[in-house]
Design a protein around this ligand. Structure first.
Ligand code: SF4
Length: 418
């Protein structure tokens, strides 16, 4: 999501005549698009700013935007700590970066402006992004989140859900396909709750079916909102990836309740089973957090058990990160060493699962969308989102190629063109 936001910021700069450069030393304008979902990301911003201060050329303008500045008192803290920063804006007024640049250049006065909501006519989609993800294009279908998971800062810094009109999304995607993009990823904090004038997320997916060959993906899904007919839609679709990223976060009902996730482990597992029934080879991935406040050894073992039952192809594993202003921040915290030991165990556990799944894929044939090429070595992903490498002189970036998987080393698959 942040990568796509940076593409939009690059679009604003390009529309004002700025061009990208490789080195900070050469830049006339330096924009930091920040994130505050985890504490480490926030700490890194100050580290980057320190380096930029010593590397930037005389007169270069520094702007800081993104969700870090949207937190209470964060902009004030930033301007005090970094007096060399010229522009500080938040997530809601980011589309106006160009106007703030003009204002600073004309007046030489620092611009510090963080809105608490979008203003009329200031839709984030007014910006044409400079897309930098090769054959993949990201398309926001909605912004914000209504869920208030107790560990998460997103609803506070990105506001409540706002969905884009379905026609605008469809026409954006038509235009991207006509330009040759081969993979479109729909973005939203909780795409399953997309609603616009009575149309739902599954209505949107049906509208995006096409005779043009492309791959359609979406993220992120929330287990409580995922529609029962989504599995059928994926199974019947000519364009949808046979993969699903369904963050579970924890395998213990007690912790899921404390997280305010609104589903139980059994409900989650039942949803996974219903997808596997219709799409037996579906590629599954998830986010799992360890060390949530009050998590006991038994809670953690239940998470391991759930991970073992589902056998995810890919798992994004995190240590719980305290975020000021969220309910979980006020709950009794676990010590660092317990959290670290648990994440190490989980990573090891999942590594074995990924290894076994990769071995099981040997002998199967997949359709790989080539996203990168180095000499004759092609890199891409299958319809189930498995990363596969193969040799071909003729295959080009953007081609769909039938590949037989011939070997697996750890979770890395190698194939041969069939
Ligand atoms: S659904 Fe996702 S974005 Fe929304 S509060 Fe929960 S974790 Fe945060």
């Amino acid at each position: 999501m942040n990568v796509h936001e940076s593409e939009k910021l690059a679009g604003i700069l390009q529309s004002r005549g700025y061009l990208p450069c490789q080195n900070v030393e050469d830049a006339d304008v330096i924009v930091l698009n920040t994130c505050c979902v985890r504490e480490t990301a926030e700490t890194k911003v100050y580290g980057h700013l320190g380096r930029i201060k010593s590397q930037k050329k005389q007169g270069a303008i520094i702007a800081v935007c993104g969700c870090m500045t949207q937190q209470p008192n964060a902009a004030e803290k930033l301007v005090k700590r970094c007096p060399f920063v010229n522009i500080v804006i938040g997530t809601f007024n980011q589309p106006r970066l160009g106007d703030y640049l003009d204002r600073f250049i004309q007046t030489g006065t620092r611009v510090i402006e963080v809105w608490t909501s979008e203003k009329d006519g200031d839709c984030a989609e007014s910006t044409s992004p400079v897309r930098s993800s090769g054959i993949n294009a990201w398309v926001n279908i909605m912004y914000g989140c209504n869920n208030f998971c107790t560990y998460c800062i997103v609803p506070y810094v990105r506001g409540r859900e706002r969905c884009r009109p379905i026609d605008n999304i469809v026409s954006d995607i038509d235009s991207l396909l006509s330009k040759g993009y081969k993979q479109i990823t729909l973005l939203g904090q909780n795409v399953n709750s997309y609603r616009y004038m009575g149309k739902t997320f599954t209505d949107l997916l049906k509208e995006l079916e096409s005779d043009t060959k492309y791959r359609l993906k979406f993220m992120t899904s929330h287990p409580k909102d995922i529609s029962p007919d989504l599995a059928q839609i994926i199974s019947d679709s000519k364009v949808l990836s046979h993969s699903l990223h369904l963050p579970v976060q924890a395998g213990s009902d007690r912790i899921l309740q404390a997280m305010n996730r609104h589903y139980t482990r059994d409900e989650y597992l039942a949803k996974i089973s219903s997808f596997r029934e219709l799409i037996p080879n579906i590629g599954l991935s998830s986010d799992v957090m360890v060390g949530f406040p009050t998590e006991t050894e038994d809670d953690f073992l239940q998470t391991l058990d759930l991970v073992e039952r589902v056998k995810y192809n890919n798992l994004f594993m995190f240590i719980y990160s305290r975020r000021s202003g969220t309910p979980a921040d006020t709950m009794p915290q676990l010590d660092y060493s317990t959290k670290q030991k648990r994440i190490d165990r989980l990573i090891k556990f999942q590594f074995e699962i990924s290894k076994q799944l990769a071995l099981g894929a040997v002998g199967h044939t997949a359709e790989v969308l080539v996203s990168d090429k180095d000499g004759s070595k092609c890199y891409g992903k299958s319809e189930t989102d498995a990363a596969i490498t193969f040799e071909s002189d003729s295959a080009q970036i953007g081609d769909f190629v039938r590949v037989k998987i011939v070997s697996a080393k750890n979770a890395n698959l190698t194939g041969e063109v069939v």
